[in-house]
Write a protein that binds this ligand. Structure first.
Ligand SMILES: Cc1cc2nc3c(=O)[nH]c(=O)nc-3n(C[C@H](O)[C@H](O)[C@H](O)COP(=O)(O)O)c2cc1C
Length: 387
């Protein structure tokens, strides 16, 4: 087996292991995938200016986010259905993140519940990503469970008012709830490692994989066609709902999916502790600007008031450093840990995170930077870098 030396190696290995429907669900964007290309192109165009002959020997990635110490300015982003990428995938991600000293954000749409993840990863720093359900009393009950499980940060996803248009999922017969088709059955059979190691194992223990947090009465097992109205994502939430959430949730609150200064200011005014500048990994709206292009103005407007995190498109340690240099205090990674999980389970997820940290450390050494804070002001915009 060739060694896995970078994120793309992991991605290619994951492509062989996972059924095509699941691989593309993770890998691809939306519609014509322009947002996906744009977020990469703008990261690629940024350069970082080094300081040479600094004489620094020591470097540290350690940082503080939301008044907490972290080993590095990274967060494992919330990703739905990580539990069908590997058996008990979410618990494995939590443990892997914990071992490298960073938080793991559990998705509302995880396969494993927050309580089970907590049991399997007692020391992990868990955040929770919230999709607000139509029935707010059910959402409130979920929040109580999240608080009881010791999650100190709630991440409200604000950029998914309606289901995005992902044609490849329909072509591949990949949908939640799952609609059985010849194509998806053949896809599974052609990937026996996944079929036996993930699907069959999960099925034998828990039945058909489901969205674990959905209340028992509404749990849409992947073979049930109709998802109850009560647990449909509520596309009508507005800033008043965020204000109510702020009153109800006593822990840290981040709003994810911000791409304008105006919305960042609204989040700060409502009392959010921070925002995530994100295009949802290029998966939702295809005409969105790239987060790297929006970040500098947003970070400037929020400086000293709220935490600014960023995500979308990270494939190398230098991508993380670019987001930090543009003003982010920390960076989320979504697909990378999933590639690690697919290729090597918990150890694979940890290995790809460590690879990213190693790349960050090497780049910091070459930039003459001792700590993430010193990256500020080193990003040159595309125009300058082409001169
Ligand atoms: C398979 C997959 C599932 C995702 N599910 C969610 C989710 O449930 N909630 C959410 O807020 N974001 C979700 N995201 C978006 C991520 O949180 C994050 O914004 C994005 O993956 C960052 O881009 P990257 O994958 O290029 O790092 C998902 C992303 C992927 C790849």
């Amino acid at each position: 087996m060739p060694a896995l030396l970078n994120a793309d190696d992991y991605r290619l290995r994951a492509r062989r292991i996972l059924p095509r429907g699941l691989f593309e669900y993770i890998d691809r964007g939306t519609e014509d995938e322009k947002a996906l290309l744009r977020q990469r192109a703008s990261l690629d165009a940024i350069t970082l200016t080094p300081s040479v002959l600094t004489g620094h020997r020591e470097r540290s990635l350690a940082t503080r986010i939301l008044d907490q110490h972290q080993a590095a300015p990274l967060v494992v982003a919330p990703t739905a259905l990580a539990g069908i990428v590997s058996h008990d995938g979410e618990t494995k991600l939590a443990r892997a993140a914990s071992r490298v000293g960073i938080p793991f954000c559990v998705s509302t749409q995880s396969v494993t519940t927050i309580e089970t993840i907590r049991k399997g990863a007692p020391d992990a720093r868990l955040w929770f990503q919230l999709y607000v359900w139509h029935d707010r009393t059910l959402t409130d009950a979920l929040l109580d469970r999240v608080a009881a499980a010791g999650c100190d940060c709630l991440v409200l996803t604000a950029d998914t008012a309606v289901a995005p248009n992902r044609e490849y999922n329909r072509r591949n017969g990949f949908s939640v709830p799952y609609q059985p088709s010849l194509r998806s059955a053949v896809d599974g059979i052609l990937h026996p490692r996944w079929l036996l190691g993930v699907l069959a194992r999960t099925w034998m223990r828990d039945g058909v994989p489901t969205y674990g947090h959905y209340p028992d009465a509404y749990r849409s097992s992947v073979t049930r066609l109709a998802m109850a109205d009560a647990v449909r994502l509520d596309g009508s939430i507005d800033w008043n709902d965020v204000a109510r959430l702020r009153e109800r949730w006593t822990g840290r609150l981040l709003v994810k999916g911000i791409l304008s200064v105006e919305d960042a200011r609204k989040a700060a005014a409502i009392g959010a502790d921070g925002i995530v500048v994100s295009s949802h990994g290029g998966r939702n709206l295809d005409c969105l600007p790239s987060p790297a292009d929006c970040l500098p103005a947003i970070a400037k407007a929020c400086a000293g008031q709220i935490a600014v995190l960023a995500d979308s498109g990270v494939r190398r340690g230098t991508d993380v450093l670019k987001y930090l240099a543009l003003g982010a205090g920390a960076v989320q990674v979504g697909r990378l840990p999933l590639w690690g999980l697919a290729t090597g389970g918990e150890a694979g997820a940890e290995a790809i995170l460590r690879l990213l940290l190693q790349e960050m450390d090497t780049a910091m050494g070459l930039l003459g930077v001792r700590e993430p804070r010193e990256l500020e002001g080193r990003a040159a915009p595309p125009a300058a870098s082409h001169r």
